[in-house]
Design a protein around this ligand. Structure first.
Ligand code: C2E
Ligand code: CA
Ligand code: CA
Length: 772
């Protein structure tokens, strides 16, 4: 970019210089031409003036000759001489001296009729007659003939070209001195303008000139190149004569022209230089330099877009206006950029930051942590409990309102160094950077939970919700993914521990979760491939040893052994697989029952049901179908429900339980004594048996019979049978029997086993038959 402007600068200056040079050249050329022209005109005018002077001199000279001729013509002696020619008159008046003085070369006397009277010239001191046929005489006759009558009376002079040279002929009529007598003839005096005569005249006027006959009006003389030549026709008494006066000479003003040219050239060059200098300075300072600065700033901004460029404004010329516009434009761009930047980091629903914002903040805080190692960076991953219910039951509008008010509450709770973002859905993150003085993570988590719990009125409905929080600490080197995953694991833990609580991530938590996830994944696979097995554990009459019931227990063959149900049943419950798993086990067990009943008629099958299963609406129907499909009496299938299932009074559970009973199934309360069910509630549950937990059975070994006794009497009171679990020793069996507990289950009798093994184990039907 700067290169372009540089070239613009040089180019502009170059063209400017070119233009100025052209102007200077043109001005030099035209002024020099004008100078030459006026000098030429001056020179020609000067030559014309000289020509005039020469002309005047020549005319004066000729008129002087005419004057002399008239003197001689109006004279009695001459008058006499024409009548009586006498040598004496000639000798006394026309001497060689007098003629030389008058510069007369020849003299002719004519009669009035124009005939020759006498004609002579001097050759040295000797007067000689002119030859009658000479061209001089012919010219004299011709001249007289051309003279008009008026001129004939007063005399005239003529210029003629005779024998290769100009000759002045002066005519005077011959009269007596008083002019009382008529004219007697003509006196003609001739002056040849030969080389000597011309040299004398030249000397007189001080200007060299030439004379030429009119017949050769083209210059007879060779013209030197550049030389000046002016000419005119010499006039005589008749007007223009037959002789050209020519002045020809080399121009005299050439040195002045040369000097003028040099001066002009110097001037032009000086002006050019000054103009170029001034233009360059002005143009450069006013425009080009500023343009260059503009471009420089633009270039700087292009290299570093973060740095705002401000174009300088000096006054209010066009460039200043341009700079102002650019500055305004840049400010607009900056604002737009800023709002785009904000927009890209904002959650549109709640106005909190989004995931991108979180990631930037995290990097920033981690950088601060690196500089100041005492800082603690904590991430709180907040997930609303059962938010889906609100969305499903009250609509998304209610859901959005809840999220919005929650966002506001979070915002109000946080300090400047805390960041709240919405990750999407019902998941929020608070990122908190604290030093020793900040609240501990427990305190903040508690406050966050309380903020979430505050109810909100939405269209006359009170919305209440809780949240679970997973907390993870970040070190300067923790990656964003790792941090979020840790918080997620803690959240998972918090949810498992019961909702509306928080958990702080730890390394063991991570291993547990990983293990759980591994189990979940493999369990899904095993379920899909039908790899789960059902084993059966007999429940016997402790007294007779007769098998009354069998409990179906799920078995998962893994790596040559079996994964215990205590491990995978909770995973299945959390992963939402329990419905499928429970139904599968129930189906396999129910399908096996007819075969078992063949070996042990009247045998009852106990199937475990998880609370999560009970929450499924169509459960009862499905179970009925399974039992009916095998043409079994519904009385031969009992369901075991753990006591803890009834710790919360959920209407759905009660309905389901009632539905099962209504369908003809009997129910056992499993693991009795470990939960917290009140006796009052127990009284209202439609149970047919209690299962005494194996932990109480074990107490019998230690001689502690109190709880067993209480439970047995409770069973008696509520008319419920009691099945003792975990009977492992003969002592336990004996004590139970003595205390009045008949039904027992435990390793003492049999461990859980596959169907075939059970069939082998069961004694022949005839010997063990009995009622349940
Ligand atoms: P549970 O319902 O209380 O089942 C009795 C557990 O006690 C069984 O453990 C059984 O093997 C064990 N047991 C029986 N006699 C003795 C004994 O003498 N001593 C000792 N120490 N233990 C004895 P298991 O099979 O490992 O099952 C554990 C739990 O897993 C079950 O406890 C039950 O709550 C759950 N479970 C098993 N299968 C299913 C199923 O298909 N569905 C559901 N929902 N839960 C199941
Ligand atoms: Ca059970
Ligand atoms: Ca049990």
């Amino acid at each position: 970019m700067s290169r372009t402007i540089h070239s613009l600068r040089t180019r502009t200056l170059f063209y400017l210089l070119l233009l100025l040079s052209a102007v200077a050249l043109a001005s030099y050329w035209s002024t020099s031409n004008l100078l030459h022209q006026s000098l030429g005109q001056y020179e020609e005018r000067h030559a014309q003036e000289e020509l005039e002077r020469v002309n005047v001199a020549l005319v004066t000279d000729a008129q002087a000759l005419l004057g002399s001729t008239l003197d001689y013509g109006f004279w009695d002696d001459s008058y006499e001489y024409l009548q009586q020619p006498s040598l004496a008159y000639l000798d006394s008046n026309f001497t060689a001296d007098s003629m030389r003085n008058l510069r007369v070369d020849f003299t002719v006397f004519l009669t009035t009729a124009g005939a020759l009277h006498s004609a002579f010239e001097f050759s040295g001191e000797q007067r000689e007659h002119l030859a009658t046929d000479s061209s001089t005489l012919r010219a004299v006759y011709d001249g007289l003939a051309t003279l008009p009558a008026t001129l004939q009376q007063q005399g005239a002079y003529l210029l003629r070209w005779i024998d290769g040279m100009p000759v002045v002929l002066a005519y005077s009529p011959i009269r007596d001195t008083d002019r009382s007598q008529p004219q007697r003839g003509w006196l003609v005096m001739g002056r040849r303008l030969d080389t000597n005569a011309l040299a004398r005249l030249e000397q007189l006027v001080g200007t060299p000139f030439q004379l030429a006959p009119t017949t050769t009006s083209a210059p007879a003389l060779p013209t030197a190149p550049g030389s000046l030549r002016v000419s005119r026709l010499l006039a005589d008494s008749l007007g223009p004569s037959a002789v050209h006066l020519i002045i020809q000479r080399p121009p005299i003003l050439d040195p002045q022209k040369r000097d003028g040219d040099l001066l002009l050239l110097g001037n032009s060059l000086l002006i050019l230089l000054l103009a170029a200098l001034a233009a360059t300075l002005l143009l450069d300072r006013l425009i080009l330099k500023r343009l260059s600065r503009f471009s420089h700033l633009a270039e700087q901004r292009r290299r570093n877009a973060e740095q705002p460029a401000v174009w300088p404004v000096q006054g209010d010329d066009e460039l200043d206006q341009l700079a102002l516009s650019l500055n305004e434009l840049m400010a607009e761009v900056h604002t737009a950029h800023e709002s785009l930047y904000q927009e890209a980091r904002r959650d549109p629903l709640t106005g909190l930051g989004n995931r991108k914002f979180l990631s930037e903040r995290l990097h920033l805080y981690q950088a601060m942590q690196r500089r100041q190692p005492g800082l603690t960076l904590t991430l709180y991953l907040i997930d609303l409990d059962d938010f889906k219910l609100i969305n499903d039951c009250l609509g998304h509008e209610a859901g959005d309102a809840l999220l919005n008010s929650l966002a506001q509450r979070l915002g109000g709770l946080l300090r400047a160094s805390d960041t709240a973002v919405r990750m999407g859905g019902d998941e929020f993150v608070v990122l908190s950077l604290t030093d020793d003085t900040g609240p501990g993570s427990h305190a903040l988590a508690q406050r966050l939970l309380e903020a979430v719990c505050q109810p909100l009125m939405f269209q006359d409905t009170q919305l209440a919700i809780s949240a679970s929080i997973g907390i993870a600490l970040a070190g300067p080197g923790t990656s964003e993914d790792e941090l979020l995953r840790n918080a997620d694991i803690a959240l998972y833990q918090a949810k498992r521990a019961g909702k509306s609580g928080f958990a702080i991530f730890s390394a063991t938590m991570h291993t547990n979760v990983q293990e759980r996830m591994r189990i979940e994944q493999r369990l899904r696979q095993a379920l899909a491939l039908g790899q789960l097995e059902v084993w059966f554990q007999p429940i016997v009459d402790g007294e007779s040893g007769a098998t009354r019931m069998v409990e179906a227990l799920a078995r998962w063959p893994v790596d040559g052994g079996y994964c215990p149900p205590d491990k995978f049943i909770p995973v299945a419950e959390e992963a939402g697989l329990i419905g499928e798993l429970g139904l599968y086990i129930a189906q396999r067990a129910i399908q096996a029952l007819p075969r078992l009943q063949q070996a042990r008629p009247g045998l009852v099958l106990n199937i475990n049901l998880s609370v999560k299963q009970l929450l499924q609406v169509n459960l009862v129907g499905q179970l009925c179908e399974l039992v009916d499909a095998e043409r079994l009496s519904r009385h031969s299938v009992h369901f075991e429900l753990t006591e803890s299932a009834f710790s919360e009074s959920l209407e759905v559970l009660e309905e389901q339980v009632n539905a099962l009973v209504a369908a003809g199934f009997q129910l056992h309360l499993d693991d009795f004594g470990t939960g917290y069910s009140s006796l009052q509630r127990l009284q209202h549950l439609p149970m047919s048996a209690l299962k005494l937990d194996k932990s109480f059975t074990r107490l019998l070994d230690e001689g502690d019979e109190r709880i067993v006794k209480v439970i047995l009497s409770l069973g008696e009171l509520l008319q419920l049978r009691v099945i003792a679990e975990g009977v492992e020793t003969e002592q336990q069996r004996e004590r139970l029997q003595i205390l009045g507990c008949r039904l027992m289950q435990g390793y003492l009798f049999a461990k859980p086993m596959p169907e075939q093994q059970l069939l082998d184990w069961l004694p022949a039907p005839s010997s063990t038959a009995g009622s349940v």
